[in-house]
Unconditional design. Structure first.
Length: 44
């Protein structure tokens, strides 16, 4: 395999809130609701 033909992968580190990273409005509320829903799921 020839390394000179491989593309370099570009990435950026997320903020931890996927909704904010996607630029959605009310991202803090959406993130809180998702976390709450996940914890409810774990309890059930």
């Amino acid at each position: 395999m020839n390394n000179s033909k491989q593309k370099k992968v570009e990435f950026e580190e997320g903020s931890g809130n996927v909704f904010a990273d996607l630029g959605l409005k009310d991202s803090d509320e959406l993130y809180t609701r998702a976390k709450l829903g996940f914890h409810v799921y774990q309890l059930l």
